[in-house]
Ligand binder design. Structure first.
Ligand SMILES: *Cc1c(COP(=O)(O)O)cnc(C)c1O
Length: 232
């Protein structure tokens, strides 16, 4: 408990300072606590400290935690989504951050129509064009987004990126700038059913720089819950 309290205080203070430096309001930035691999007991601690936005990267883990946590939580799916898992996640996740193809969007649309809900999504962009990461290239982005926007019961709310793992957060500033610029360029076209209000960028190592560059959603895991260990 102790450490989550202290970690959250520190993250909160850093977010506030980054907002001040950028001349932004604190209310413009939503902190998502990335709880992947962490036990429900730790999520409950964060919940008791007021956290209501949680991020998970796996469908099964998200839905399991969804079942045993309070219902006023907003769950964000931030990891790669396979088409055959879409049925489990639509109407559980408040926002799917990782849509990176028309085929995936079609599946989400189909499921949203079936469940009679609107699925809010972000389109994932691989700004740095790393081979190891999912996401559209900057070049593909606009055409793909136009096609996704035509689908029923799907609402494009903005863009998401996972920046490279770097030692110096400043190194990612240019990637965040590029994502922001892309969202502005698309927004300026005023296309039906495309909102560019949300920008999901910044993780433990670089969320302050991301906020300075316009992030509205920051995804912080290690900075809140500590290091993850993947062995079982
Ligand atoms: C794990 C993960 C995060 C959080 O990473 P930390 O470095 O622990 O803050 C953020 N975004 C995505 C997409 C992730 O998979």
């Amino acid at each position: 408990m102790e450490t989550i309290v202290r970690n959250l205080e520190e993250v909160e203070e850093r977010i506030q300072k980054a907002c001040e430096r950028a001349g932004r309001k604190r209310s413009e930035v939503t902190l998502i606590a990335v709880s992947k691999t962490k036990p429900v007991s730790m999520l409950e601690e964060a919940y008791q400290l007021g956290i209501r936005e949680f991020g998970e990267n796996k469908v099964q883990e998200l839905t399991e935690k969804y079942e045993c946590m309070p219902k006023d939580i907003h769950w964000h799916l931030i990891g790669h989504l396979q088409r055959n898992k879409v049925k489990y996640i639509v109407n559980k996740a408040c926002l799917i951050h990782s849509v990176d193809s028309v085929r995936l969007a079609e599946e989400i649309s189909k499921e949203a129509v079936k469940k009679q809900v609107i699925a809010d999504i972000l389109v994932q962009i691989n700004v740095a064009e790393e081979d190891t990461k999912f996401g559209l290239t900057m070049k593909e982005a606009e055409e793909t987004i136009l096609q996704i926007a035509k689908l029923a019961n799907i609402h494009i709310c903005g863009l998401m990126t996972i920046a490279p793992f770097v030692d110096h957060p400043e190194d990612n500033r240019r990637h965040f700038k590029k994502l922001r610029q892309l969202s502005v360029d698309i927004r300026d076209k005023n296309i039906d059913n495309i909102d560019m209000g949300l920008l999901s960028m910044g993780m433990t190592g670089d969320y302050e720089v991301a906020i300075e560059e316009g992030a509205t959603l920051v995804r912080v895991g290690t900075g809140i819950f500590g290091e993850r260990s993947y062995h079982v």
